[in-house]
Design a protein around this ligand. Sequence first.
Ligand code: SAM
Length: 322
Amino acid sequence: VAGSGPGGLAAGVRRRPLILSRTDDDSWDITEGVGATALSVARARAAESSQSRPLFTDPYAEHFVAAAVAAGWQSSFAGEALADNRFMQAMAAYIAVRTRYFDDFFSAAGLDQVVILAAGLDTRAWRLPWISGTVVYELDQPKVLEFKDEVLREHRAEPAARYVAVPVDLRHDWPQALRDKGFDPARPTAWLAEGLLPYLTAADQDLLFARIHQLSAVGSRVAVEAFSSEFFDPERLAQRRERLRAVADAAAAAGRPVPETEQLWYLESRSDVAGWLKQHGWDVAAISSPALLEHYGRPAPDDADEAVPGSLFVQGCLVSAK
Ligand code: SAM
């Protein structure tokens, strides 16, 4: 599906081939493919942190970007070139709101065992006020976590909790890698999957949640940026792509081409995360991305709402014994 291009296009929507640049066992450094998406998120967090009334402050985000640029990363940020473009602003607002939502999740969860899946350049272990005795496990590809470690060390960043890096591919046996590092499945855990699911196949997403469930004691909590099957509907995706194309073309003309993130996604219909969790004994609350942007006072302008991914922010608490 992912490589076949959109079908059933609405009138007026041009057909463009979509090339999937993924393989089953691919791996990456921070500046390559899926790894570079973590840099894009860091860049958005750096921009938010420098606003006059930011939703959060991530003091390390700018250091990651600077280190990657110094190492030769061709920063393709269109932000400077398109500072007053409403689509770009809506996308930046989305990342800011998403970050704040998951910050708030951890503050409210009050659990002292935390697992951040596909952590990328997430700095919550360094910048959030954790309760004493908290351990934060971060899972991601080895080279991504190496880069992060180097930059944070260079800036003498001190974690605010006990920090444990778990370099592993989330398509491999990560539960074993996590246990090997001291994770205790008998203790309630706060789990996070932010900016991850489209980079997994539908089958790998199912396996991910089965494993989270398996490793969760009663009282565990999970927070997820989820995408509905409608989000992956080829016609809707093609329309969104065409609207974003104008932004991409303008950015390219300004010499700052934007990355084609969609080529890194598996565009497959997949399980509904909220429904799956409910079926497995989790109490679930969910909010759509437009509602969340409204909630944090950053609604997308009407003419740029397609820039905001139609995602669902889901939280669950495991209430019944397995
Ligand atoms: N969650 C982080 C955040 O919001 O700042 C990073 C999000 S970034 C868009 C996607 C991250 O997922 C990257 O760091 C990438 O390396 C990681 N990732 C995607 N697929 C993965 C896999 N199969 N195994 C390990 N990490 C993966």
